[in-house]
Design a binder for this molecule. Structure first.
Ligand SMILES: Nc1ncnc2c1ncn2[C@@H]1O[C@H](COP(=O)(O)OP(=O)(O)OP(=O)(O)O)[C@@H](O)[C@H]1O
Length: 605
């Protein structure tokens, strides 16, 4: 009766086992299938990836070669004149219009490559928007695709002279087989630049070498052109100068044939404010020349800078050196006084070549360095060279010989004729029609003085100009001073004439007072100098005797000088805070051997 439950149970177990085996094996089968599928996909992916990568590389390889074959590339570096052309070209072509990332600066006369972000005419653009976009931009120019890319901002570059910010560069690629297209693009850019700048004179200023030593003309300014007749000089001076410069530019072939270097030098000399710089600006405007200007007084200008600056000026430009006397020592008297004055006020007196200079920031240009860029092996041809100075007597005769300076133009303080001409320029008849008709029969030639402050009624502008000129003594005032006075009456010519005599008197009084102050200052300076000299002389004699035994004579002498000045300056109520200690510290540096013995010796003497 045993119902054989165990038999039943075995069957169940078996079937359960079987079913779990079937389940497991199907899982294995599924996993296996999946694995196969995965492997297959991976392989497929691998193959596909390899094909894509190979294609990409092939494309790159091809594009580099095709690009090389079918495109022309050029690089434009900031600081080079061609960079200015390409910047304007890109601005006009509106290449950067998709930029969304800008550097914004207030508009000034310094050129930046910027884009116009406004269309509303009420916005007149007081700020400049310089795109920071560095991704390549494509545009069409004369049927060709052109690609533009800008180098990244903020990169630094290592040079033998140290680290400098990398100069901004623009890379232009034209997709064409025709090599002429690059020249055509550059010429297009240049002519647009010339056209846009017609109303201006472009002035390139030498800047401290912020992008490295090779970048000299990094500061570009524009000035509205000045008409030649706005510069009021003696009759014929401006015309002769313009003719001479035009003749020079037009006769390059003749120079070559005659074996004469194609360069011409002009020196404009005279008191400040008499129109030297104005003449050069007006001339450059009339002859369509760009000015490359540097001052020898700039602290960063030395012989090597001057050489690099001169050699990077393009042909048919005007090279201007302002204050050329800075390369020459002043007379001994001037220098001594300047030296003592600066010494006592605590300023440094050390200059170029170990010679005394009025301050450390003075130029380090030597005469030979200067002559080399004017007509030596380092000089460049095809440009007009201009120099200005207030002190022609300080210039070395070697500089003034023909071939270096071919024409010297003297500038003087204003004459009666210049004063009159200036008045007429300030008050043209077109602006003051009410002064055109005169009721008086005779011209009004009597100076207006305090006794007759009011001009006669119904005077014409010519009569007022005569009266004004008669009130201005010849050779006493610079044109700049007269201009400044007339500016204060620019809407009222009658008042300008009426106040002229009083103004002359005011300026004379002011000058007299200044001269008195100056004389007093010199007197004090002499007294202090003598006091220092006496003190130092006495001590130095003792010191020499002492140190003859002990050796180290020079060092002891220097110490004595330092002590003497220390004593001298301590007890004084110094005009400038701290000047005493700074002066003493200057002398201490002699003692430390930081400054040459010659300076200490001079002080002892
Ligand atoms: N002869 C002149 N004719 C017209 N304007 C003049 C003349 N002289 C000076 N000025 C005016 O005076 C100002 C200074 O002139 P400018 O800079 O040309 O003088 P400068 O002789 O070069 O002086 P510096 O020797 O100090 O450089 C300018 O605004 C200019 O317009």
């Amino acid at each position: 009766m045993n119902s054989n439950p165990s038999g039943m149970g075995d069957q169940d177990t078996l079937s359960q086992w079987m079913s779990s085996f079937v389940g497991l094996s199907s899982v294995f089968a599924a996993v296996g299938l999946l694995g196969q599928a995965y492997l297959g996909s991976s392989i497929k992916l691998l193959i596909m990836g390899s094909i894509v990568e190979a294609g990409r590389r092939m494309y790159q390889w091809l594009s580099v070669r095709l690009r090389f074959q079918y495109s022309i590339s050029a690089q434009f570096d900031e600081g080079d004149p061609a960079y200015e052309w390409i910047v304007l070209f890109l601005t006009q072509e509106n290449v950067w219009r998709r930029s969304r990332d800008f550097t914004v600066t207030a508009t000034n006369s310094r050129r930046k490559w910027s884009v116009q972000t406004w269309m509303d005419p009420r916005i007149n653009g007081n700020a400049e928007y310089v795109p920071k976009y560095q991704t390549p931009q494509l545009f069409r120019w004369r049927g060709h695709w052109v690609e533009i890319q800008r180098s990244k901002d903020g990169e630094t570059r290592r040079s033998p002279f140290g680290f400098f910010p990398a100069v901004t560069s623009i890379y232009v690629t034209i997709y064409t087989l025709d090599m002429k297209q690059l020249s055509a693009l550059v010429e297009d850019a240049r002519s647009r630049y010339v056209e846009v700048n017609k109303p201006n004179v472009v002035i390139h200023l030498a800047d401290s070498p912020q992008y490295g030593p090779s970048m000299v003309w990094t500061n570009v300014k524009r000035k509205v052109r000045r008409p030649l007749n706005s510069v009021i000089l003696q009759d014929g001076v401006v015309d002769t100068l313009v003719r001479d410069a035009q003749d020079f530019l037009a006769t390059e072939d003749w120079y070559v044939e005659a074996g004469i270097p194609h360069r011409r030098g002009y020196l404009l000399h005279g008191p400040p404010g008499t129109g030297k710089t104005s003449t050069i600006f007006a001339l450059a405007g009339a002859l369509n020349l760009e000015i490359y200007s540097l001052s020898l007084a700039s602290s960063f200008v030395d012989d090597s800078f001057l050489q690099r600056a001169a050699s990077s000026i393009p042909r048919h430009a005007l090279f201007l050196i302002e204050d050329i006397d800075c390369a020459f020592p002043a007379s001994r008297d001037d220098e001594e006084e300047e030296y003592m004055q600066r010494l006592l006020s605590g300023a440094s007196t050390h200059g170029m070549d170990g010679s005394k200079k009025s301050n450390v920031g003075e130029p380090k240009v030597t005469l030979s360095g200067l002559l080399n860029v004017i007509d030596g092996v380092g000089s460049e041809e095809g440009k007009l060279f201009f120099a200005t100075t207030n002190y022609i007597d300080r210039l070395d005769p070697a500089l003034l010989r023909p071939g270096r300076i071919d024409t010297k133009i003297p500038y003087e303080l204003s004459t009666v004729q210049q004063a009159r001409a200036l008045f007429m320029r300030f008050f043209p008849e077109s602006r003051f029609p009410e002064f055109v008709e005169s009721s008086s029969a005779a011209p009004f030639l009597v100076p207006v003085d305090e006794a007759t402050p009011e001009p006669k009624p119904n005077q014409t502008l010519a009569e007022l100009a005569d009266a004004f000129a008669a009130a201005i003594p010849t050779g006493e005032f610079s044109t700049a001073e007269l201009q400044s006075y007339l500016q204060s009456h620019k809407t009222d010519p009658a008042a300008a004439t009426a106040g002229a005599s009083a103004w002359v008197q005011d300026i004379r009084d002011e000058r007299r007072a200044r001269e008195e102050r100056e004389e007093e200052r010199r007197r004090k300076l002499r007294a202090r100098r003598e006091a220092i000299g006496g003190e130092v002389g006495g001590r130095s004699t003792e010191t020499v005797q002492r140190t003859e035994k002990a050796g180290g004579k020079e060092k002891e002498q220097r110490k004595t000088v330092a002590e003497a000045v220390q004593t001298e300056t301590e007890g004084e109520d110094s005009p400038k805070q701290g000047s005493g200690s700074e002066t003493a510290s200057e002398f201490s540096s002699y003692a430390d051997g930081a400054l040459p013995a010659e300076e200490a010796t001079r002080a002892i003497e």
